[in-house]
Write a protein that binds this ligand. Structure first.
Ligand code: 4AD
Ligand code: MG
Length: 462
């Protein structure tokens, strides 16, 4: 069997040859003695035109009655068609039906709403939008691995089950083997997690960062890439309960090194997808966002902007009345603020740095002013935050003081504090929301449509 990607790639070499291809019917039309099938085998975005004629294939009548979605195996001659939209077609000598479909097949040629397609998540990978999105997802993931591999990083695997809340935001999915109806209780009536599987209360991880820090202080440069979980009850187009995060961590590095790495990584990934998914990207450019490719070309070749949180607040305060949420020094930036900065003010990706310590996690390094931390969020047009990162607090006394302020129990973090006790050095890292990157690259506006099987509040089907 010849894959269509190979056939299109080396079209000229196959001209006049007899080949066998397999795939699914996307469209079928026929007249009395002549029929046309658009066949897709998933190996590439393009469809192959199959021409079949009564007398040439033995089962002409049967083929004309087939439904969209039928799986076929086709043997025939490759005919080059340099004048036509596609460079070649196949003139079938025989067509065999591998698996039938039916008129109820939901993916008929008409346009479906994204909402409807979410209800058939098991079939939608066959629809153009999702076929393109999930291939871009795969290629972008590979590009990121390649970038870090080329730059000497170790790929570190961090645990999914964890006993610590990295972000301290309390948005964790707890896991337990205790009887939900009748759990063992301590004398004061609390659930007794010492009787649980791990002997303590555990959850699905919200970030691999703390473990990545441990690995970075052994290998120098590491990254993690895996699923993370947040029980955020926010029903927005940018939040999922299960999403993939890529988290590099670098030793002997400060906030500027961190931002330089993030910028180089994103440019590399965008360039790689543009170069390796031309058909998919052309599709998104035509159907989602007419300026997409041109804009991404620009992003991949120009410097990102950088500004401090304090500067950002000054810029936002000038346009206070445009926003639903109040703007003042100390406020957390809302999506509307983030989008205003990146879309209206800078009109490109912008790193916002040095946030007030009160709105950031405990591990971020406190700046000399005592009020802000060495944090960097990357905001991009159309989405807002896609990266959150920081230089880490490496000074043991400052870190433990901050933890005490926040009410974090030292005994829960002894191993993390050891990283400061034994050869602690300045280090930094960030987390890239992988789905948000895919939304940015494809122009798809909802996170539910860049995850093959999305899990969001109230929805975990398929
Ligand atoms: O900003 P966050 O919370 O940062 C961390 O978790 C750090 N520990 C990362 C690090 O420094 N190693 O999350 C990082 C990114 C966000 O910028 C966002 O893109 C994405 O993860 N993200 C989500 N994506 C989808 N759905 C959610 N519920 C998300 N929450 C965060
Ligand atoms: Mg964040």
């Amino acid at each position: 069997r010849l894959e269509l990607t190979q056939l299109f790639r080396e079209a000229k070499a196959y001209g006049g040859k007899t080949v066998t291809v397999c795939g699914w019917i996307r469209t079928l039309r026929s007249s009395k003695a002549l029929g046309f099938i658009e066949l897709n085998d998933g190996s590439c975005f393009k469809n192959l035109q199959v021409v079949f004629q009564d007398g040439q294939v033995g089962n002409f009548k049967e083929i004309t009655k087939l439904n969209v979605g039928t799986a076929l195996s086709v043997e025939g001659e490759v005919v080059l068609t340099p004048e036509a939209k596609q460079p070649l077609e196949i003139h079938a000598a025989s067509i065999s039906v591998e698996g039938t479909s039916s008129p109820e097949y939901p993916l008929q040629k008409k346009r479906h709403s994204m909402e409807y397609l979410r209800t058939i998540a098991h079939l939608r990978p066959r629809a153009n939008t999702f076929n393109a999105a999930f291939r871009v997802r795969s290629v972008a993931a590979f590009a990121l691995h390649r970038f870090f591999n080329e730059n000497g990083f170790v790929y570190a695997h961090t645990p999914i089950i964890t006993g610590s809340d990295c972000e301290g935001a309390g948005e964790m999915f707890h896991i337990t083997t205790l009887d939900a109806e009748n759990p063992p209780r301590t004398e004061d009536g609390q659930v007794d997690y010492s009787k649980d599987f791990f002997g303590k209360k555990t959850s699905l991880t919200v970030s691999g960062q703390l473990n990545a820090e441990s690995m970075a202080l052994a290998f120098g440069k590491v990254y993690t890439f895996g699923p993370t979980f947040r029980a955020e009850n926010s029903n927005t187009p940018r939040h999922a309960a299960e999403f993939w995060m890529l988290e590099p961590e670098i030793a002997f590095a400060d906030l500027n090194d961190n931002m330089d790495l993030a910028e180089a990584m994103l440019k590399y990934a965008i360039r790689y997808v543009l170069d390796n998914c031309p058909d998919e990207m052309a599709f998104f450019n035509n159907f989602f966002d007419k300026g997409l490719i041109e804009r991404l070309e620009g992003v991949a070749s120009a410097d990102f902007a950088r500004c401090t949180y304090t500067e950002a607040i000054e810029l936002l305060e000038k346009n206070k009345d445009q926003f639903e949420f109040p703007v003042f020094w100390g406020c957390d930036l809302q999506t509307e603020h983030e989008r205003y900065l990146t879309e209206k003010v800078f009109q490109k990706p912008v790193f916002v740095t040095d946030y007030p310590k009160e709105i950031k996690a405990f591990y971020m390094r406190i700046n000399d002013d005592g009020k802000t931390v060495a944090a960097c969020d990357l905001l991009v047009p159309g989405i807002g935050e896609i990266i959150g990162g920081s230089q880490r607090e490496e000074r043991l006394d400052v870190l433990t003081a901050r933890m005490a302020e926040l009410g974090l129990a030292e005994e829960d973090y002894e191993w993390y504090l050891d990283l400061r006790r034994f050869g602690g050095t300045k280090h930094a890292g960030y987390g890239l929301g992988f789905e948000r990157l895919i939304m940015y690259i494809t122009g798809i506006p909802n996170i539910r449509d860049v995850l093959p099987f999305p899990r969001t509040a109230g929805s975990a089907e398929f």
